[in-house]
Design a protein around this ligand. Structure first.
Ligand code: ADP
Length: 604
């Protein structure tokens, strides 16, 4: 699809080649630029590095008037404006809070001119919310028909379900309606689960076009095809028929509420995913330092930790092992953090950053060869983002996640401490996010990519992982290439376990790990002390590995047959997690109840 039918095509191609210095469009860029130039609201979902910026920068240069770009990070804004100016394109930013600053003053003076020279003006959401002067200037431009487009970069910040929610982002939808109701907008993000995606649309008061006047099947196939099957060809055929474009163009309602999607596959072919069971932090650290020393001695990487303390400790541990590591977390002042980021980015006496998730947006180092999670991330979406900082340059990179049950419970405790209202949607969502990412770790049989992509609403065929060109097969696919998994019938065992727990819970509190010890048949001091070695289900699963027993118990929790309850121990700060019968426990007594459990064959 290289249509020259649009008036703007020649100019667009010239600027693409001569100003941006590029030769070929990446998937979906051409279509998205066209859609923008036709005045349609556009939602672009592409993984990091996919080339989102061009989708609004190219139309901005061609369109009459100014394109406002809202972006969350000052460093990102400075970077973008510098790049555009280096290409000889007229872009500026307003970062200062003070309208009287030289920076803002200059921009204001230019914007009130009949033909402002700036094509792109970058602002933070805070600036738009806090500066009435800016809003007046925007309205003035709007009334003169001089606003080409409103661009919202990192649009997931609009949604509280996204991993980087920003209060000021939430207000953009309202501001767009009051300040520039008929200006087309473009939303861009590298993350969006179906839930976040819908929330962004809702916050921005947009809906996917499905009205009768719009050719429904064309829209649907564009949307569904990309999301579900990732078959770009089909979308291109539709666009080729001019079906989709022309119909949506002519039928855009005056209230400008509709939106078309451009979505690329979120598969990162060059990343190799791996999950490691963590027996202890010390053991994991040893593995990490061995891995770095043997395979990544002079390469850059990130080790993600949950707490600030952990960052410091891990960094110190690695330094002792002669690995150039530095910590990074929100407990450090801005200057210190910038300094560390600078050192790492420029390879100055720092190869590894041991960081909390504060080390996030705006990190744009192309040659990160590994991202290791020492502990469970907060959500699968967060994991995709954090691990996604590896291999931006397209070369092969490794993503390892260390996981055990304590980490999962640690998150539950953190969430419990942060969100007091246990019946709130926020609480449930966070708990559910932890559940999903723990499930990902526990799953030893499904392709890691397929699991991650499914979370983003994309269907992925594991054959593509097995036959990956860069040999980045995930650990699960690799294992199943050599060993077979087998589903074993655990119906009777599960009935017995759940039933026993139902009774024992009435008398005492048991944690999931303690329960696993009992089932394994341990005689550790805690078990003997509590007389648990005399319980009927002691040793009931002694032929299984301890980690598999834990996995089975978690599967029972995830399926709702059991549940875990957080309980504050006697007004102390410690919150313990105890096993209880789950909401679905009665189902185990149904006649047709069946429970299957996957084991890798040599473990059976
Ligand atoms: P994103 O915002 O999706 O993370 P960027 O817009 O920053 O990605 O683009 C990533 C890199 O790819 C940039 O260096 C950009 O110049 C480059 N790029 C974008 N589009 C093209 C293209 N069509 N051909 C070659 N390079 C491109």
């Amino acid at each position: 699809f290289r249509s020259t039918e649009y008036e703007h095509t020649d100019e667009m191609l010239t600027i693409f080649r001569n100003s941006f210095g590029l030769k070929h469009f990446r998937p979906q860029q051409f279509e998205a630029v066209n859609a923008a130039l036709l005045g349609i609201n556009v939602f672009i979902l592409m993984p990091t590095g996919g080339g989102k910026s061009l989708c609004y920068q190219l139309p901005a240069v061609i369109s009459k008037g100014v394109t406002f770009v809202i972006s969350p990070l000052k460093s990102l804004i400075i970077d973008q404006v510098q790049k555009l100016n280096a290409l000889g394109l007229s872009a500026c930013h307003m970062l200062s809070d003070a309208d009287s600053s030289a920076e803002c003053d200059n921009v204001y003076k230019e914007l009130v001119k009949q033909e402002p020279k700036y094509k792109l003006v970058y602002i933070t959401p805070e600036k738009l919310n806090n500066s009435s002067k800016l809003r007046n200037v925007v309205m003035n431009l709007y009334n003169r028909g001089m606003i080409a487009r409103l661009v919202i970069d990192e649009a997931h910040c609009v949604s509280q379900w996204g991993h980087d929610f920003r209060t000021d982002y939430k207000k953009i939808g309202e501001l767009r309606f009051t300040l520039m109701p008929n200006v087309p907008c473009m939303l861009l993000t590298a993350t969006a689960t179906p839930r976040v995606r819908n929330d962004i649309l809702m916050q921005m008061k947009l809906s996917v076009s499905e009205t009768a006047s719009v050719n429904k099947s064309a829209f649907k196939s564009a949307f569904v095809t990309n999301v579900q099957n990732n078959q770009m060809n089909k979308l291109e055929t539709k666009l080729n028929n001019r079906h989709y474009m022309s119909v949506s163009m002519n039928s855009l309602p005056a209230n400008n509420q509709q939106c078309v999607f451009f979505m690329q596959s979120f598969n990162r072919e060059n990343l190799q995913y791996q999950v490691e069971y963590k027996t202890s932090n010390a053991a994991a650290l040893e593995k990490i330092s061995d891995l770095i020393k043997s395979k990544y001695a002079n390469k850059s990487g990130i080790v993600y930790c949950i707490s600030r303390n952990e960052c410091e400790q891990v960094s110190e541990y690695l330094r002792k092992k002669q690995i150039k590591a530095l910590p990074y977390h929100a407990g450090m002042d801005d200057q210190k953090r910038q300094q560390i980021q600078h050192k790492w980015t420029n390879n100055i006496d720092c190869k590894v950053v041991c960081a909390t998730i504060a080390f996030g947006m705006g990190i744009d180092k192309p040659d990160v060869q590994y991202v290791i999670h020492l502990s469970l991330p907060k959500s699968l979406e967060g994991y995709y983002q954090e691990s996604g900082r590896a291999g931006r340059d397209g070369s092969k990179a490794l993503c390892v996640l260390f996981y055990n049950n304590q980490d999962r419970q640690r998150w539950l405790r953190i969430i419990s401490a942060e969100i007091k209202n246990k019946n709130s949607i926020a609480y449930e969502t966070h708990v559910d996010n932890v559940r999903r990412v723990a499930q990902y770790c526990d799953n030893q049989t499904d392709c890691r990519r397929a699991q991650i992509l499914e979370y983003f609403g994309e269907i992925f065929n594991r054959e593509k992982c097995i036959r990956s060109k860069m040999n980045t097969i995930c650990d699960n696919c690799k294992l199943l290439e050599t060993k077979k998994s087998k589903s074993i019938d655990m119906t009777e065992k599960v009935k017995f376990i759940c039933n026993s727990i139902k009774h024992i819970c009435l008398r005492e509190d048991i944690t999931l790990l303690h329960l696993a010890d009992i089932l394994k048949g341990s005689f550790n001091s805690k078990i003997v002390e509590k007389n648990h070695h005399t319980l009927e289900f002691h040793s009931k699963m002694d032929q299984f590995k301890k980690c598999d027993i834990e996995r089975l118990l978690r599967k029972l929790v995830f399926s709702g047959y059991l549940k875990e309850e957080l309980k504050v121990i006697k007004s102390s700060e410690i919150v313990a997690c105890y096993v209880r019968p789950g909401p679905k426990i009665s189902e185990i007594f149904a006649r047709n109840f069946k429970f299957e459990f996957e084991l890798i064959e040599d473990e059976i």
